[in-house]
Design a protein around this ligand. Structure first.
Ligand SMILES: Cc1ncc(C[n+]2csc(CCOP(=O)(O)OP(=O)(O)O)c2C)c(N)n1
Length: 358
């Protein structure tokens, strides 16, 4: 079954009126700055990792339209179940940049005290649920949370992000089926970035698309150009509205491309050609949106450069403020497990204190 690919931003920079979210000039500029910010964040984090200041990072360069377009559609009451690559959505949903940077350093400024892997964000007050390392476990988690909210009569949507690789897991099928049967208020956002580390999407499925699988579970499926920030926004906004209105779940497949490595521990040159990367680079979602804004007279070279400078400066300040925080004391390893620490952990804590000299 072929689903049409929804596209708002046309090649000539104009917009399909049926999919145009009709943002005012200020909102369009803001959306652009959010995308530029994510690219700058990726560049800085890569630099921090390569210079040994943080241990690991998972970038999303090339996926800024999917991240920003969908994140822009969330409302404060909605719950986010991100994958490890969705820092862009988390930031748009109120996860503070300072917390994000602290999580990368994993020092005493980090709310999770350095116990989580880098890129495993969470923030209860922003309704950002902790990233899980196993691929796609966030999908059934989000369905369970959505079902609970439905039983309580709440009207929020639950959006979970995952990749094309995640669609091959049992968790994907479990989540879709439950969502269909119990008509839960979920949005499943698949960032189809063409690869699951080195495995191309052609080896993930024999279906015409990932979105097509929605039909088998009785939920809505939508395929959208994931490098088109306006179309992604429209499709996600509509899906979230359906969920909040009690009309059930939607599976959104955003077709995009991971321009960088899977993570800082990966070398993509080993499994894909430079020509392929170059072909997708020509579809860069930021350049594409910039073209649209220029056509509207809302952006020129100076404003584009200013957005990048402003983003780099904000990130530089956040890093400077966080990097100097002391490390987490080693004895905290045995803390936060029990409300009252049992004797054997107290003993271990003493031993760590003496051994580590803290
Ligand atoms: C259950 C499970 N199997 C394998 C892994 C190792 N692993 C980490 S990321 C990844 C690729 C996931 O690809 P995809 O779902 O397409 O998301 P992307 O990384 O492209 O955003 C794999 C196989 C894992 N974390 N969990």
């Amino acid at each position: 079954m072929e689903l049409p690919l929804l596209v708002a931003l046309r090649d000539d920079g104009s917009v399909d009126p049926d999919l145009d979210p009709k943002f005012d000039a200020e909102t369009l500029r803001l959306l652009f700055r959010k995308m530029v910010f994510l690219r700058a964040l990726d560049e800085k984090a890569l630099h921090l990792q390569r210079s040994g200041r943080i241990g690991f990072y998972i970038g999303a360069a090339g996926q800024e339209a999917a991240e920003s377009g969908s994140g822009f559609a969330l409302q404060p009451g909605d719950w986010l179940f991100p994958s490890y690559r969705d820092q862009g959505v988390a930031l748009l949903h109120g996860y503070p940049l300072s917390a994000l940077v602290a999580q990368l350093f994993g020092n005493s400024a980090d709310a999770t005290k350095g116990r989580q892997m880098p890129n495993h964000w969470c923030d209860r007050s922003a309704r950002v649920v902790s990233v899980s390392s196993p691929v796609a476990t966030q999908l059934p988690q989000s369905v369970g949370a959505a079902y609970a909210a439905k039983l309580r009569g709440e009207k929020n949507a639950f959006i979970a992000y995952f990749g094309d690789g995640g669609s091959s897991t049992g968790e994907f099928h479990v989540a879709m089926n439950f969502a269909g049967v119990f008509s839960t208020p979920n949005v499943f956002f698949c960032s189809n970035n063409q690869y699951a580390i080195s495995v191309p999407v052609s080896k993930q499925t024999a279906s015409g698309s990932i979105a097509a699988k929605a039909a088998a579970y009785g939920i809505q499926g939508v395929r959208v150009d994931g490098n088109d920030v306006l179309a992604v926004y429209r499709v996600t906004r509509d899906a979230l509205e359906r969920a909040r209105a009690g009309c059930g779940s939607t599976l959104v497949e955003a077709i995009t491309y991971r321009m960088g490595a899977h993570s800082t521990s990966d070398d993509p040159a080993r499994y894909r050609s430079g020509e392929e990367v170059e072909a997708w680079r020509r579809k860069d979602p930021i350049a594409r949106f910039a073209g649209h804004l220029r056509r509207l007279g809302l952006l020129d070279e100076a404003a584009e450069e200013a957005a990048a400078v402003e983003a780099r400066e904000e990130i530089r300040r956040a890093v400077a403020a966080c990097e100097s925080a002391p490390p987490v004391p080693p004895e905290s390893l045995v803390e936060d497990v029990y409300a009252e620490m049992p004797w054997h952990l107290s003993e271990q804590r003493e031993w760590i204190r003496k051994t580590a000299g803290s």
